[in-house]
Design a protein around this ligand. Structure first.
Ligand code: NAD
Ligand code: TYD
Length: 360
């Protein structure tokens, strides 16, 4: 079935990787990308798109229902893949308002637009429609060191404004299925890494700082654990769910890689010792600095991916070693992309706001 897809947030990290993935997997597909181009979104992330596919970009806000409805009508959209969000926990601690607006109000606006155009006006009658919502493992809260990984049935217990806003949006999406029969699916994924990730998140920030000889700021004791997934694996899982997942269901996605933050940073340092040695071959790990912890810092996330593995046959292709090597190499090969971001005022301001108070 040839789909007409609306992607929200397609100029961000995962969204832009997903568009490239989809153009390769389904060259015939029509893609409409709606992105506000906040600090986290950039058309630089979309320069390497295929010229052969049908692709349209619109700069605009998912909170603008009139705009979203007109895109759905004009492009006969049958599939919405909703990535757009404020996505950084530390920023949500500085200012939760934008997270409430984009993640909750924005998701509600998209749901209302889909309900109006698909269910009330019945614009798409010849094929099934689908609203796929991209969410996070952070909605489940924090695990003790020995607790079993999160399952789809684990009760929600979000701890940061970011996680709470994503949990809220998940509940709204679920409610639109139960109340209005809007055909939805939800995926909750663990921490992603890979090309085009904005250097405010752990892995690209550490690569960038190490390359520029700056301190590598580890929050607290660095023993926190995340379930790292290479972004291309996430893209493949999303597309599998959209094609073959059951309506109304949610699916956990994870990488099965669970090192501590400190181990991740040490691995990056070792890769850079090899690929971009410091003068006199000093080890990059000498740049590591333990700094004041993130308030309410979740200790451990881990995903049980049995459901998506057994029902859709998905599992990650990349282990952490392979994924990190590819990622470090990508940043080394794309220094110009990094330099453009760090020259921007917003990035410099953020670094000052977040790290000065931590004694870094
Ligand atoms: P990102 O911050 O890199 O990109 C977000 C994109 O959304 C940007 O292009 C931004 O311009 C756009 N955007 C923000 N507000 C908007 C608005 N009001 N209207 C239209 N566009 C807007 O985020 P990401 O890391 O690519 O994450 C994408 C999605 O995946 C998010 O929903 C996030 O919660 C989820 N997720 C991320 C991770 C991760 O590790 N990065 C893990 C699990 C789930
Ligand atoms: P991050 O990439 O912000 O993702 P999330 O908070 O969504 O998991 O952070 C990943 C882990 O790295 C998290 O435990 C916080 C930690 N961290 C640091 O230790 N130092 C840093 O400078 C950053 C940005 C994160």
């Amino acid at each position: 079935m040839k789909r007409n897809v609306l992607i929200t947030g397609g100029a961000g990290f995962i969204g832009s990787n997903f568009i490239r993935y989809l153009q390769k997997a389904e060259p015939e597909i029509n893609i409409v990308n709606l992105d506000l181009l906040t600090y986290a979104g950039s058309l630089e992330n979309l320069k390497k798109l295929s010229k052969n596919s049908d692709y349209h970009f619109f700069q605009g806000d998912i909170c603008n229902q009139h705009l979203v409805e007109s895109l759905l009508r004009e492009h006969n959209i049958d599939t919405i893949i909703h990535f757009a969000a404020e996505s950084h926990v530390d920023r949500s601690l500085e200012g939760p308002g934008a997270f409430i607006q984009t993640n909750i109000v924005g998701t509600h606006t998209l749901l209302e637009a889909a309900r109006q155009v698909w269910l009330n006006e019945k614009r798409i009658s010849d094929k099934p429609v689908r609203f796929h919502h991209i969410s996070t493992d952070e909605v489940y809260g924090s695990l003790s060191p020995t607790a079993p990984p999160f399952e789809e049935t684990t009760p929600y217990a979000p701890n940061s404004p970011y996680a709470a806003s994503k949990a809220s949006s998940d509940h709204l999406v679920r409610a639109y299925y139960h109340s209005f029969e809007l055909p939805i699916t939800i995926s909750n994924c663990s921490n992603n890494y890979g090309p085009y990730q904005f250097p405010e998140k752990l892995i690209p920030l550490m690569i960038l700082n190490a390359l520029t000889g700056k301190p590598l700021p580890i929050y607290g004791d660095g023993q926190q654990i995340r379930d790292w997934l290479y972004v291309e694996d996430h893209c493949e899982a999303i597309w599998k769910i959209i094609q073959h997942g059951s309506t109304g269901e949610s699916y956990n996605i994870g990488g099965g890689n669970q090192p501590t933050n400190l181990e991740i940073v040490e691995t990056i340092c070792a890769l850079l010792d090899d690929k971009a040695p410091l003068p006199d071959n000093e080890p990059h790990r000498q740049l590591i600095q333990f700094v004041k912890d993130r308030p309410g810092h979740d200790r451990r996330y881990a995903m049980n991916i049995t459901k998506i593995k057994n029902t859709l046959g998905w599992q990650p292709n990349y282990n952490l070693e392979k994924g990190l090597e590819k990622t470090v190499q990508w940043y080394l090969d794309n220094i110009d992309w990094l330099n453009k971001i760090i020259e921007e005022k917003d990035y410099q301001q953020w670094v000052q706001i977040n790290y000065q108070k931590r004694g870094n």
